[in-house]
Design a protein around this ligand. Structure first.
Ligand code: PMP
Length: 419
C-alpha cells in the first residue's frame, strides 16, 4: 500500500491519522509519508523513496539508524526475554554509565518516556520542598503532563489555551520568556517561598533551537539557590547531544535534578530522572513521593541505551559540531541567496533555520516566523529526498552517520528550492 492509501486508512483509526500530532504534517500543508525502514542516515518510505534524515526519531538516533552495536545489544537482550517487571542487571549498567558521564545524577530512576521523567521530577521537587508553584518558560516543552501544557512549545504551542487541563492545575505554573532572567527574579520576589522549582531546557529545542543567553542559566542557578527552590534541567534533547555530559557539562552549571530521554534509549522508549541523592531518596519506597512503571528499566531498552552510550564515547562530538555548523551556514546562505530571510541558530549537532528577518531569542520571535515559506521549503526538500521536521519551530538534527556527501546532497537539494 502507498503512503496516500495508508494515510487515508490511518485517519479512520487514529485522530488525524497519527499517534503524535506533528507527524500529520499539517503545519507544512502536506500529508505524511509512511516509513518502511531506516539505516544509517537514511529513511525509505513505503513508496520506495530514499531520504536523508534530519529528524532521527526527533533526536534519539544520533548514531544513525541500526547502528550495529546497538542493534546487536537489543537483539541479544530480546533473546533473554523482553520484559520482567523485576530488577535486572541492565538497569544498573545503564545507570552507572549515565552517572559516570553526568555526575550530578547521583541517583536516578528509569521511566519509559521524557514525559514521565519531567512529570516525576516535578512531583519530586514539590514533594521535597513542600511547595506547589514552579517556573517554566514560554515555548519550552516538557512533555504532555497537565502542569507543563501552559504555554508549551512544539505542536502544543499552536493550540490556544489548554483544553482538558483544569484551571487550578495550571494556576501553579508561573511563566516567563526564555532568556528573560528579570521575569524569573520577579516571580521569586513575589512568591519565592512557594516556588518548588524552575524547569528549563538548558538549550531550548521546541520553539526551534534557542541557545541560552550569556548568564541566563547561571542566573537561574543563583535564584534557585537563594530561594531554596530546585533547578531542573530538562535534557531530554540536549543530553548526550550537546556533549557527552549534556548541557550541564557544556555550560558548566549543575542542576539539582536532570531529566533525560531520547538518546539514552537508543531508539527504544526510555526516560530517566535523577539528581542529588538526598532529593532522590524522597522517592518511594525510600520516601513518600510516588512514581512507578511496569516497563521501567525494560531490559531491551536498557541494553540498547547502554550500547548507545558506550559507542558515543568513541565519537568525535567536536568534529560533528564543526561539520554541522559549516553545512547549516552554507544551507542558510543558499536560502538567503534566493531572497528569503533566514536567522540561523546552531549548537552541537542541532540547528534551526528560522524563516525570519530578526534574531530569535524566545517564543515571541519564533512564533512570528514565516510558516508559509517554511512549508514551501519543506515540501520541495522532501521532493528532493531530504527529510526535515514538518514544522518550522523544530530542530534539525545531524548524526554521526551523516557523511560529507549526504551534506552536499542536502545543499544540492536546497539550491533547487524555489520560493
Ligand atoms: N522534554 C523535552 C525537552 C522534549 O523535547 C520532549 C519531547 N520532544 C519531552 C520532554 C517529552 O518526551 P517524550 O516525547 O519522550 O514524552
Amino acid at each position: 500500500m502507498d503512503s496516500k492509501t495508508l494515510f487515508a486508512k490511518a485517519q479512520t483509526l487514529m485522530p488525524g491519522g497519527v499517534n503524535s500530532p506533528l507527524r500529520a504534517c499539517k503545519y507544512v500543508k502536506s500529508e505524511p509519508v509512511f516509513i518502511d525502514n531506516a539505516k544509517g542516515a537514511y529513511l525509505w518510505d513505503v513508496d520506495g523513496t530514499q531520504y536523508i534524515d534530519y529528524v532521527f526519531s526527533w533526536g534519539p538516533q544520533i548514531l544513525g539508524h541500526q547502528e550495529p552495536s546497538v542493534s546487536a545489544a537489543a537483539h541479544k537482550a530480546i533473546d533473554l526475554g523482553s520484559s520482567y517487571g523485576a530488577p535486572c542487571l541492565g538497569e544498573i549498567s545503564l545507570a552507572e554509565e549515565i552517572k559516570k558521564l553526568i555526575p550530578s545524577m547521583e541517583m536516578m530512576r528509569m521511566v519509559s518516556s521524557g514525559t514521565e521523567a519531567t512529570m516525576s521530577a516535578l512531583r519530586l521537587a514539590r514533594g521535597y520542598t513542600g511547595r506547589n508553584k514552579f517556573v517554566k518558560f514560554i515555548g519550552n516543552y516538557h512533555g504532555h503532563a497537565d502542569a507543563f501544557l501552559a504555554a508549551a512549545g512544539s505542536a502544543a504551542g499552536t493550540i490556544p489555551g489548554t483544553p482538558g487541563v483544569p484551571e487550578e492545575v495550571i494556576s501553579h505554573t508561573l511563566l516567563a520568556h526564555y532568556n528573560d532572567l528579570a521575569a524569573v527574579q520577579e516571580h521569586f520576589e513575589t512568591a519565592g517561598d512557594e516556588i518548588a522549582c524552575v524547569i528549563v531546557e538548558p538549550a531550548a529545542g521546541n520553539m526551534g533551537l534557542v541557545p541560552p543567553a550569556e548568564g541566563f542559566l547561571q542566573g537561574l542557578r543563583d535564584l534557585c539557590t537563594q530561594y531554596g527552590a530546585l533547578l531542573i534541567f530538562d535534557e531530554v534533547i540536549t543530553g548526550f547531544r550537546l556533549s557527552l555530559g549534556g548541557a550541564q557539562e557544556r555550560f558548566g552549571i549543575t542542576p539539582d535534578l536532570t531529566t533525560l530521554g531520547k538518546i539514552i534509549g537508543g531508539g527504544f522508549p526510555v526516560g530517566c530522572y535523577g539528581g542529588k541523592q538526598e532529593i532522590m531518596e524522597q522517592m518511594a519506597p525510600m520516601g513518600g513521593v510516588f512514581q512507578a512503571g511496569t516497563l521501567s528499566g525494560n531490559p531491551v531498552a536498557m541494553a540498547a541505551g547502554l550500547a548507545t552510550l558506550k559507542r558515543l564515547q568513541e565519537c568525535d562530538y567536536e568534529a560533528l559540531e564543526i561539520r554541522t555548523k559549516r553545512m547549516a551556514e552554507e544551507l542558510t546562505s543558499i536560502i538567503t541567496g534566493k531572497g528569503q530571510s533566514v536567522f540561523l541558530a546552531t549548537i552541537g549537532s542541532a540547528f534551526t533555520m528560522y524563516f525570519s528577518d530578526k534574531p530569535v531569542v524566545s517564543m515571541v520571535e519564533s512564533s512570528q516566523c514565516d510558516a508559509e515559506a517554511y512549508a514551501t521549503y519543506w515540501q520541495q526538500m522532501m521532493a528532493h529526498g531530504i527529510y526535515l521536521a514538518p514544522a518550522g519551530f523544530e530542530c534539525a538534527f545531524t548524526s554521526f552517520a551523516h557523511t560529507d556527501e549526504d551534506f552536499e546532497k542536502t545543499l544540492e537539494a536546497a539550491r533547487k528550492v524555489q520560493f
